[in-house]
Design a protein around this ligand. Structure first.
Ligand code: AMP
Length: 224
C-alpha cells in the first residue's frame, strides 16, 4: 500500500484527538498533534514555547512563520516515511500551501483530509468541561467522563486542572478563529478531491468506524 498521509480537520472539541489516537493505532502512523507539540514547548520553556504561549492563552493561532517549519521538519522524520496523521495542522490556507509544496517536493501526496465536524454549542460544552491531570495528561470531563472523586485523578489522586485555553471565553475565541481562518480549508481540500466528512456529534466509536471504512475504501482505490 502507498503511504497514508492524512490530515484531521475540524473545530476544536469535535473529537479529532480521540480519533487520532485510535487511527494511529489502527494504521501505525505517527500522530503529529500541533497543540501537543506546542504545549510541550511551553512547559519546557523553549524559545518556541515562549513565543507560542501568548497566542495560545488568548485562543489565537500561533503565526505561520513560527509553526510551519516545526511541523514540516516533523513530517520529514524517519517514522513518518510511510505516512502520518496530522492533527491541528494545517490551520490556515498558507499552512496548507506550505504543506502541499513541501510534500510534493519529496514526491509524496496527501491521501485525504478527514473533517470531523460539530456545531459550536456542542464544542463549547465539551471543551469547557474538560479537566486534565497536569502530571500524566489524562483527560476527564465534568459531565461526560467524570473522575470518581470530583477534581481528583482516579490513578494518582492529583488535582485536576482546566487548561487555560479550555476556559469558555477562550473556547469561543478559538471557535471564531476556526471559522475565520481554518474553515476555508474545507473548500480547499474539497476542490482537490481530498475531503471526507464525518459527523463529530456521533459517538467516538461510530465516528471511528466511519473513518476506518473511508480509509479502507481509499486504500482499495489506491490498489486498483
Ligand atoms: P489545539 O490543541 O490543536 O486546539 O491547539 C491549541 C492551540 O495551539 C491553538 O489554539 C493555537 O493557539 C495553537 N496551534 C495549534 N496548532 C496550530 C497551527 N497549526 N497553527 C497555529 N496555531 C496552532
Amino acid at each position: 500500500m502507498a503511504e497514508l498521509n492524512l490530515i484531521l480537520l475540524g473545530p476544536p472539541g469535535a473529537g479529532k484527538g480521540t480519533q487520532a489516537t485510535r487511527l494511529t493505532e489502527d494504521f501505525r502512523l505517527p500522530h503529529i498533534a500541533t497543540g501537543d507539540i506546542l504545549r510541550a514547548a511551553v512547559s519546557a520553556q523553549t524559545a518556541l514555547g515562549k513565543e507560542a504561549k501568548r497566542y495560545m492563552d488568548g485562543g489565537e493561532l500561533v503565526p505561520d512563520s513560527v509553526i510551519t517549519g516545526v511541523i514540516l521538519d516533523r513530517v520529514a522524520q524517519d517514522d513518518a516515511r510511510d505516512g502520518f496523521l496530522l492533527d491541528g495542522f494545517p490551520r490556515t490556507v498558507e499552512q496548507a500551501d506550505s504543506l502541499g509544496t513541501e510534500i510534493e517536493k519529496r514526491g509524496r501526496r496527501l491521501t485525504a483530509a478527514l473533517l470531523v465536524d460539530a456545531p459550536d454549542d456542542v464544542v463549547v460544552k465539551r471543551i469547557s468541561g474538560r479537566r486534565v491531570n497536569p502530571q500524566t495528561g489524562r483527560v476527564y470531563h465534568v459531565d461526560f467522563d467524570p473522575p470518581r472523586l470530583a477534581g481528583r485523578d482516579d490513578d494518582d489522586g492529583s488535582e485536576l486542572v482546566q487548561r487555560d485555553d479550555d476556559r469558555e471565553e477562550t473556547v469561543r475565541r478559538r471557535l471564531a478563529v476556526y471559522h475565520a481562518q481554518t474553515e476555508p480549508l474545507i473548500d480547499y481540500y474539497d476542490r482537490r478531491g481530498l475531503l471526507r466528512r464525518f459527523d463529530g456529534t456521533a459517538s467516538p466509536s461510530e465516528v471511528h468506524s466511519h473513518i476506518r471504512a473511508a480509509i479502507s475504501t481509499l486504500q482499495r482505490e489506491d490498489e486498483l
